[in-house]
Design a protein around this ligand. Structure first.
Ligand SMILES: Nc1nc2c(c(=O)[nH]1)N[C@H]1C(S)=C(S)[C@@H](COP(=O)(O)O)O[C@H]1N2
Ligand SMILES: [Mo]
Length: 257
């Protein structure tokens, strides 16, 4: 098997190696995005590679590397929201999420409303992987959860479905956090709805009660605090139509490694 000549991660490291952008700026990418052309170009990782060529490369390496327990990071940063604001989330937290429900709806045959215990009783997958944030940091964690594919098959996707959209409980006051992925990523065996991190219930700062682990994608696609999963054939109706909170601010929709 031949190795891909160029990967997104390589592009990323070329990007960070460029002297044009002070590292500080790059590090704060998720917080604020300066609107200079150079900065935008660096964040626009996908410009030189089409999604098709990415997929061809991925065909040679369908799973990301899973690491031994010895590689788990002693500290794993929490990024973006550390705890969703508002009474609703606080009430869920006070009740250990017993009154929380995950809605699965949109273009599905059987809309679902799942309790956390329902999700925990499904066949689980555990994986130790490296999380890569486009701000330039990585950390290794162990994630346990139910394959997203299991839940999508329970709900039954309608034939026209093209995207899976994750609606989250947090936001910045103006816009709420959401993300979307294609069906290739949605049905990937390492794409899970995680409810455990490093052998413990998923901590609040990492997205309790459930967060997405979409290992083929960069940090911001890994939505935390998911409360609704929607099957759709367009992204136009959510947020500003870009397919995600960060995409609406100009980041790439396809952010795969
Ligand atoms: N709901 C929600 N999901 C989110 C974010 C967020 O602010 N809110 N931040 C994203 C970013 S930029 C990263 S790098 C990861 C961080 O996950 P962590 O806090 O577990 O490190 O979550 C992503 N998912
Ligand atoms: Mo990130």
């Amino acid at each position: 098997m031949s190795k891909p000549l160029i990967t997104r991660r390589k592009l990323l490291s070329y990007g960070t190696a460029l002297p044009l952008v002070p590292t500080g700026l790059f590090l704060s990418g998720c917080q604020q995005q300066p609107d200079t052309p150079t900065f935008r170009e660096l964040l626009d990782f996908g410009r030189s590679l089409t999604m098709k060529s990415q997929r061809l490369m991925l065909a040679h390496k369908p799973l990301v590397r899973e690491l031994p327990a010895s590689e788990i990071s002693a500290t794993f940063p929490s990024n973006g929201t550390h705890k969703p604001a508002g009474d609703t989330y606080q009430r869920w937290l006070d009740n250990s999420f017993t009154n929380w429900r995950l809605a699965v709806d949109g273009m599905v045959e059987r809309p679902l409303s799942l309790k956390l215990d329902d999700i925990k009783s499904m066949p689980a997958r555990s994986q130790i992987t490296q999380h890569n944030c486009d701000e330039g940091w990585s950390a290794v964690g162990q994630w346990k959860g139910v394959p997203l594919a299991t839940i999508l098959m329970m709900a039954g996707l309608k034939p026209d479905t093209r995207f899976i959209i994750f609606h989250c409980s947090d936001g910045d006051g103006k816009n709420y956090y959401y993300e979307s992925i294609d069906l290739f990523d949605a049905f990937h065996p390492q794409t899970i709805l995680a409810y455990e991190m490093n052998g413990e219930p998923l901590p609040v700062q990492h997205g309790a009660p459930i967060r997405l682990r979409v290992e083929l994608q960069i940090g911001y696609k890994n939505a935390k605090y998911i409360e609704r999963i929607e099957a759709a054939n367009t992204l136009r109706h959510v947020g500003k139509g870009g397919g995600g909170y960060w995409e609406d601010k100009g980041f790439q929709w396809y952010a795969g490694l």
